[in-house]
Design a protein around this ligand. Structure first.
Ligand code: AMP
Length: 656
């Protein structure tokens, strides 16, 4: 059926055509047809992404009297973002209606401007419950003339504790009115509202909800809990053009993940209820304009948000309430476009995946977290593609070309291509060449160490040599020339230590024995250990979240050359000199072995220790960033800097 056939007036037909809506969505067809015939209460089970705003917006406008400046329709929504979004949508639908006005009323903005809008005369008010109550108490709004009340995202309004406010507001409206309730789920409380405030409501359901979106792919990765953040970065690196929402469970987690991504140079920011309204607006503005690639959000803050072209929805953690999964994933694969929903889970979440499959009536595909070579290949071809399509500013570059041609004249086309590509490729290749496999090997359990992928070593150096976890890790990393991240589960005892590394690196570590590497005039000796680290054993590093904290010094990121220096993380040769940490490098060249040697005699030992500790005392670093991301993303790095300041926000009391 067409919009014309279901009875929209000509002004609205023009407006929907301008918006590019060709045919009504199933829920629009049902509501518009129903409400054109009769005035009735209505309960609609519908989620965002189904076209539900127009499903109530168009019927309201279809019967609005624009000559009359009184409030005829009241739409209640849980968050300011949704409120503003609905208002804008309604403005668009009503743009050809002469004398039509709609206004948004929400907290966190000045009330006087909103009062002025109301006094000017509006036919449709879109409000959040709290601010509307304020207006009612100030007697600046009259709801006596309301003919239609819409409760949008009713379940969420109840979740957010607006139950009493809804009761108060609904009591202020006339008995003779139509109430339309839109909810993605129908818990008891929503049923109660429906029962108490509605008379024989018509029931509308879109039948298939988001689960019906065949263009939405559901995939999941199984990783150790401590690798969650690394897996997120792999995903972001594997999809260089990602434009997505990363859902976290709590405000604190949301902020932490966003902070880490920002610090690692990704184009990301947080959206949650502890941010001020202006911060939230700023973040949303950047996200809507695609200036931000990844919005890290809580379920509540992102509820109902409609941003076009979202390519990925990432469940950093699965939602507590599996029903929320459909809310989350409804952000992508909209209006016929395709999308990918990714869940990063630990083995204990397998059951939850099954629950969600039952609800969405679709199967998830278990995929392997992309490995270093997958990412490199993806990034390489993305680069080639960009090179192919780059805009050449002939006028601006012209004057430099003769000198450039001259300098490069010896190179063939093939050689030139190789070099241009290598300039960028080398960075992520270097970063990823030893990247660990983040997938859980079958049979291994989260928290169990020393599995087949990893090998535990004994080394004859310990606290007496002045080592602590971090300094030993740095020392070994430097000696073997691997990333600090490759050394984990370090357990420093008084005269010896244990550590773990990837099994593929065993030979490299064993060469320390044959190369006669010394420390403190003692020959380093390593042996593969049969000892397995016990779960929860006390090497501190484990307590602080696996190898993450310790290996902060092994950060960086494959594009991180410049960023790395400013942003903490791996402090290669130069930085080390100024920044404390392991100081052996230069000394060794001078023939004196590691500095810790003398120190040990003087009772101190390895120098890096104290210094390093202080360099790690950065506020709230989620230092899972050892495998630091692309501090690159050239155009995005400015963003990251900007929002870096913003990232220092305090957390509020409530969890969500
Ligand atoms: P909603 O469920 O209201 O958040 O809408 C989801 C998205 O679908 C929005 O971006 C709308 O602009 C779009 N949309 C709504 N109705 C239609 C339609 N009939 N045809 C195409 N797109 C639509």
């Amino acid at each position: 059926m067409t919009f014309q056939e279901i009875g929209l007036n000509s002004d609205l037909l023009k407006a929907v055509a301008d918006l590019g809506f060709e045919t009504p969505t199933p829920i629009q067809e049902q509501t518009i047809l129903l409400l054109a015939k009769q005035e009735t209460d209505m309960v609609a089970l519908a989620q965002t992404g189904t076209g539900k705003t127009a499903a109530f917006g168009l019927p309201i406008l279809n019967s609005i009297n624009c000559d009359n400046k009184t409030v005829q329709a009241l739409i209640l929504a849980p968050t300011r973002e949704l409120c503003v979004q609905i208002t804008n949508d309604i403005k668009n639908y009503g743009k050809y209606l002469k004398g039509f006005n709609v206004t948004a009323i929400y907290g966190g903005a000045r009330i006087d401007g909103q009062i002025k809008d109301i006094k000017r005369g509006v036919q449709v008010v879109v409000a959040t419950p709290g601010r509307l109550i304020d207006m009612i108490e100030r007697r600046v709004i009259n709801l006596n003339t309301v003919k239609t009340v819409v409760l949008d995202e009713a379940d969420e309004m109840l979740n957010m504790g607006f139950k009493d406010d809804l009761d108060t507001i609904l009591r202020e409206t006339p008995d003779q009115k139509s109430t339309w309730l839109f909810s993605a789920t129908m818990p008891k409380e929503v049923e109660r509202i429906a029962k108490n405030y509605m008379t024989n409501p018509a029931e509308i359901s879109t039948g298939k909800k988001n689960e019906g979106a065949d263009n939405l792919e559901h995939i999941y990765y199984v990783v150790q809990g401590r690798d969650r953040y690394l897996a997120l970065k792999r995903v972001a690196d594997y999809y260089p053009e990602i434009f997505g929402i990363v859902f976290c469970r709590t405000k604190a987690e949301t902020q932490e993940v966003a902070d880490s991504l920002i610090k690692d140079g990704y184009s990301a920011d947080a959206l949650h209820g502890d941010l001020s309204q202006s911060q939230r607006d700023f973040v949303m503005k950047r996200f809507r304009s695609h200036t931000l690639q990844m919005l890290v959000a809580t379920d509540v803050a992102a509820r109902g948000i409609d941003v076009s072209d979202i390519t990925h929805v990432i469940n950093y953690n699965l939602p507590e309430d599996v029903e929320n999964y459909t809310h989350r994933t409804g952000r992508t694969a909209r209006a016929g476009k395709s999308g990918i929903a990714i869940a990063i889970i630990t083995p204990k979440d397998n059951g939850k995946i099954k629950d969600i499959e039952r609800i969405i009536k679709k199967k998830f595909e278990k995929k392997e977290v992309p490995n270093g070579s997958d990412v490199c290949e993806k990034q390489l071809f993305n680069l080639v593609h960009k090179l192919h399509n780059v805009e050449v500013k002939d006028d601006e570059i012209e004057s430099f070309l003769p000198a450039i041609y001259d300098e490069l004249k010896e190179l063939s086309k093939e050689e030139l291509i190789k070099r241009v590509i290598s300039e960028e490729f080398n960075r992520f290749h270097d970063y990823y060449q030893n990247a660990p496999d983040l997938n859980i090997v079958k049979g291994s359990v989260d928290g169990a160490f020393g599995n087949s992928r990893t090998t535990r070593f004994f080394v004859n150096m310990g606290m007496m040599d002045g080592f602590n976890i971090n300094s030993l890790k740095e020392f070994l990393a430097d000696a073997v020339k691997v990333h600090g991240r490759m050394i984990f589960n370090v357990d420093v005892k008084s005269s010896f230590s244990f550590f773990e590394t990837e099994s593929k690196l065993v030979d490299s570590f064993l060469t320390l024995n044959t190369n006669d590497v010394e420390f403190n005039n003692r020959k380093i000796s390593l042996e593969v250990s049969n000892r397995r680290m016990k779960e929860g054993s006390s090497d501190g590093e484990r307590r602080s979240g696996g190898y993450r904290a310790g290996s902060g010094g092994g950060g960086g990121g494959y594009r991180g050359g410049e960023k790395r220096e400013g942003g903490g993380g791996y402090r290669g040769g130069e930085k080390r000199e100024g920044g404390g940490g392991y100081r052996g490098g230069e000394k060794r060249e001078g023939g004196g072995g590691y500095r810790g040697g003398e120190k040990r005699e003087g009772g101190g030992g390895y120098r890096g220790g104290e210094k390093r500790e202080s360099s790690f005392k950065r506020p709230r670093t989620n230092s899972a960033n050892s495998e630091k991301g692309n501090s690159e993303r050239g155009s995005f790095s400015r963003d990251a800097e900007k929002s870096g300041g913003e990232a220092k926000r305090s957390f509020g009391k409530s969890k969500f």
